[in-house]
Design a protein around this ligand. Structure first.
Ligand code: FE2
Length: 185
């Protein structure tokens, strides 16, 4: 917003401000594309290890499909700005990589720890989509508003599901672990 702050009302900097906002928007879309790829990896590592939590396995599998669609939506939006898939492949996000590593570590209580990581991940995505919506609005990108809202709603639904299942998941883990059964997966 630095360009906007410098701008005087009615000045000739309007197009520069718009171009600046567009750059931030496009780079935000690229970042979120990388996040969606990380989301798929994060979830794929978990779904094969949830034999005692079938409901969670089913919901995570569903969200893998949603995340793939969300990545495709972003690719579609980036096409309007001349971004190609080849530039997207090189993107990596250290922060999300670390969060994914947390979920990857095998632990006796992995289902519980993965729930924390998934909860954090979904809220990261919610914040990112909300911010992208502000940028789409600022640059007047109508297609972006529609598609990003759709993805945001999916992330919010997923975050709600994780929130609602934190208690039953913890209790099930506790019950299985107290009776000496495999508890964390
Ligand atoms: Fe997502």
């Amino acid at each position: 917003m630095r360009a906007a702050a410098r701008q005087q009302p009615g000045s000739r900097n309007v197009s520069e401000t718009t171009r600046h906002a567009q750059e931030i928007y496009v780079s935000g879309l690229r970042n979120q594309h990388a996040v969606e790829k990380q989301a798929v990896q994060l979830l794929e590592r978990q779904v094969g290890r949830l034999e005692n939590y079938p409901e969670m396995e089913a919901r995570l599998r569903e969200h893998i499909g949603e995340s793939e669609q969300q990545a495709k939506r972003i690719e579609q939006l980036l096409e309007a700005f001349g971004s190609t898939n080849s530039t997207l492949k090189d993107m990596g996000l250290q922060f999300m990589g670390n969060m994914a590593a947390l979920a990857h570590a095998p632990a006796p209580d992995e289902v519980v720890k993965n729930t924390f990581a998934n909860f954090a991940f979904e809220h990261f995505e919610i914040a990112s989509y909300r911010s992208l919506l502000v940028l789409a609005e600022t640059v007047g990108h109508q297609d972006g508003l529609g598609l990003l809202r759709q993805s945001l709603q999916e992330e919010e639904a997923m975050a709600r599901w994780i929130d609602e299942h934190l208690r039953p998941t913890t209790l099930r883990y506790l019950e299985r672990s107290a009776s000496g059964q495999t508890a964390g997966r």
